[in-house]
Design a binder for this molecule. Structure first.
Ligand code: FDA
Length: 280
């Protein structure tokens, strides 16, 4: 699968920590905030989960000399959630304890883990109030989860959702997903605690900007979040408008599953890979 690396490179900030830190510094200097993801997911043993935990802790040690705090995005499947809730909780708490001024947010994964991720967040939030979570607009359950997070004042990142889910639990039609996204974004912007609106969908962003203006919501009440390497023009535009823009910055050697999700999102990406394979 190394053959996919030229494509992956666009979406990841490096395969190792020093390279990623250089890119994070550059983004910070350009005015962006970052949320850092040490790539990896679906661990199958306590040793793999402990390695993932230690990689996050190594990142946090390296950030001790960094001028500004960062946000960390953590996948609970990487910390052992799929096979041992309590072990996962210990691993994640070790990361949160090491985080200091940096904040931690749980990414949302496939629907087999949705409830576990929400439970873990609710479990840990009281002791760690800056802990945040991601929700996916394509899931029917998400409006209820958003209400729970608002009630607990937990910071939510709203995205469309990147996994293949069945129609009994998830909207399939892009227009339905968009409508639900906009509905949830408006609820979060009005009632949520520091929500993050995570999309590159310009139609949705225009609607969100109209809502913000109508409701007189200030730039310091929320974030826009976009993925590293995706729509840099839009990232810059939102920054130029005076909004806080946070970039999701993944790095590490386990780049394949993340890259495959980015590949599947756009047929142009698949064409790019096919063309580069033909050129080989
Ligand atoms: P959409 O897919 O309609 O894309 C809009 C435009 O953005 C496209 O027309 C294209 O120009 C550009 N674009 C989008 N994806 C691209 C790609 N792969 N390559 C090139 N251009 C692309 N999902 C999840 O399930 N759990 C999570 O925790 C997260 N976390 C997360 C954090 C952040 C900061 C973001 C922005 C996204 C996520 N996601 C996620 C992914 C999300 O669910 C979704 O799959 C992608 O953001 C793509 O959807 P858009 O809303 O951008 O719209």
């Amino acid at each position: 699968m190394r053959i996919l690396y030229p494509f992956a490179k666009r979406f990841i900030a490096g395969e190792d920590l020093p390279t990623a830190l250089r890119n994070i510094c550059r983004l910070n200097e350009d005015g962006y905030l970052c949320t850092i993801d040490v790539l990896g997911e679906d661990t199958h043993s306590p040793e793999q989960a402990a390695n993932a935990r230690d990689e996050y802790i190594a990142l946090l040690r390296a950030l001790e000399t960094h001028p500004s705090p960062q946000d960390l995005s953590v996948k609970l499947s990487q910390m052992g959630l799929a096979f041992d809730y309590d072990l996962c909780k210990q691993n994640v708490e070790a990361v949160i304890d090491a985080a200091g001024q940096n904040t931690v947010r749980f990414d949302m994964e496939g629907s087999d883990l949705t409830q576990g991720i929400i439970d873990m967040c609710l479990d840990l939030h009281e002791a760690h109030p800056s802990l945040g979570i991601v929700v996916q607009a394509y899931l029917h359950r998400t409006e209820k989860d958003v209400a729970t997070m608002i009630d607990k004042q937990i910071s939510v990142r709203l995205c469309k959702g990147a996994y293949k889910e069945p129609e009994d639990i998830a909207f399939q039609d892009m227009q339905d997903i968009r409508e639900n996204f906009l509905k949830l974004a408006c609820i979060l912007l009005k009632e949520g605690h520091l929500p993050a609106i995570a999309t590159h969908d310009e139609t949705l962003i225009q609607e969100v900007l109209k809502f913000i203006e109508k409701e007189n919501i200030q730039p310091e009440q929320f974030y826009f979040e976009l993925l590293y390497g995706v729509r840099r023009d839009l990232q810059q535009h939102l920054l130029d408008l005076g909004y806080r823009v946070r970039i999701y910055v993944p790095y590490g050697s386990a780049w394949l599953p993340y890259t495959l999700r980015r590949l599947a999102e756009r047929k142009e990406n698949i064409l790019f890979v096919v063309k580069s394979l033909i050129r080989e």
